[in-house]
Design a binder for this molecule. Structure first.
Ligand SMILES: NC(=O)c1ccc[n+]([C@@H]2O[C@H](COP(=O)([O-])OP(=O)(O)OC[C@H]3O[C@@H](n4cnc5c(N)ncnc54)[C@H](OP(=O)(O)O)[C@@H]3O)[C@@H](O)[C@H]2O)c1
Length: 317
């Protein structure tokens, strides 16, 4: 029942006006009827979640300009991380200041950032790396709020567990700190990235507050991360798929998907993003090209048939 496109509206983001039927239950996902909005949304604990997210990794100095272009193109959800190796979170914040001047105020945007443990950082940690993990999370979160010029986040994500298999003591300590941020109301949702099916199952079974978001690299060869997506479906977690294009280059050589794109008069990227939406994901795009931003958003307008979906689902197998 979730992630059904509700209504498409061509109006620009500046017309954003949520008249959503809110969902009072903790941990529920529900499609909502919205007023004027450029994209369909899903509500999670009263939080409207846009159906497409703009990712800011590897944009370097261009981050500020690209975030502004993405929002102007129609993206309402921005993903970043407090991790200088790959992201410029402070430059996302610069873009947000400029956007606010243009009327794209904070309440119109869905902001997601991440706590990156030391094993994903270089020496420029946004926290005292010798402090306890609980303190590291708090310091990183406060630094993110400062970078993004905001008092709250829509989603705060653990960038990845410390270990490849299972949840270790460090992961539980970090997760408890993230749960605390959620309970304090400073972030509306919490989630985890780069998580295995086993880790997610453990987290859902034992956490005081279950993740509400999962963000994973989505490989066609793994049936588009089917195992993790199924756990998300069972627990009402929003699954965010990233590197849908870059992780699946072989998909673009497939004659079947090419025929679908040709029939619909669209590009291969749009077919992949539309597939992701129709299968229940919240896709991310990392494009740096203003035309591709608009093209990618056009995926919202497509409809894939059941046969198309079957073909794409098994394309990398
Ligand atoms: N949690 C994590 O550990 C993690 C890791 C990696 C990424 N992420 C998040 O996911 C986001 C997206 O990742 P990604 O950049 O790998 O995603 P992606 O969208 O699969 O890859 C971006 C590439 O696709 C191209 N592209 C996009 N739209 C296109 C179109 N319509 N036609 C042709 N080419 C198109 C881009 O080229 P152009 O620039 O020329 O359009 C760029 O080379 C990141 O920015 C980040 O926010 C998270």
């Amino acid at each position: 029942m979730w992630r059904q496109p509700i209504r498409f509206c061509k109006r620009p983001l500046s017309c954003f006006c949520v008249t959503a039927r809110v969902v009072p239950l903790i941990g529920t996902l529900q499609s909502v009827h919205l007023g004027e909005y450029s994209m369909p949304l899903t509500a999670y604990n009263n939080v409207p979640v846009p159906s497409f997210m703009y990712g800011t990794a590897w944009k370097k100095e261009a981050t500020t300009q690209l975030v502004q272009l993405a929002v102007a193109a129609g993206f309402a959800a921005i993903d970043t991380a407090n991790q200088l190796i790959h992201y410029q979170e402070a430059l996302v914040g610069e873009a947000l200041l400029a956007l606010a001047q243009q009327g794209f105020t904070r309440d119109r945007l869905f902001l997601q950032t991440k706590f990156t443990p030391t094993n994903g950082q270089d020496h420029r940690t946004p926290y005292d790396a010798s402090a306890t993990l609980t303190t590291q999370v708090k310091q990183s979160f406060d630094s993110s709020l400062a970078h993004l010029h905001t008092e709250y986040l829509d989603s705060y994500v653990l960038h990845g567990p410390y270990q490849r298999q299972g949840m270790g003591d460090a992961d539980w300590e970090v997760w408890a700190a993230i749960e605390g941020l959620y309970q304090s109301g400073k972030t509306k949702m919490i989630g985890i990235s780069n998580v295995t099916a086993g880790q997610l199952t453990q987290l859902c079974a034992q956490a005081a507050v279950k993740p509400m978001m999962v963000q994973n690299r989505c490989y066609a060869a793994l049936e588009w991360d089917k195992e993790v997506r199924e756990i998300c479906r069972v627990h009402g977690i929003i699954y965010q798929g990233f590197s849908l294009l870059t992780a699946n280059r072989e998909v673009f050589a497939d004659s079947g998907i090419r025929a679908i794109a040709q029939r619909l008069g669209t590009g291969l990227a749009q077919v992949v993003f539309r597939f992701a939406m129709q299968v229940g994901m919240l896709p991310l795009t990392g494009t740096t090209n203003p035309q591709h931003m608009k093209d990618d958003l056009q995926a919202e307008q497509l409809t894939l048939t059941a046969d198309d979906m079957r073909l794409i689902e098994t394309i990398g197998m």
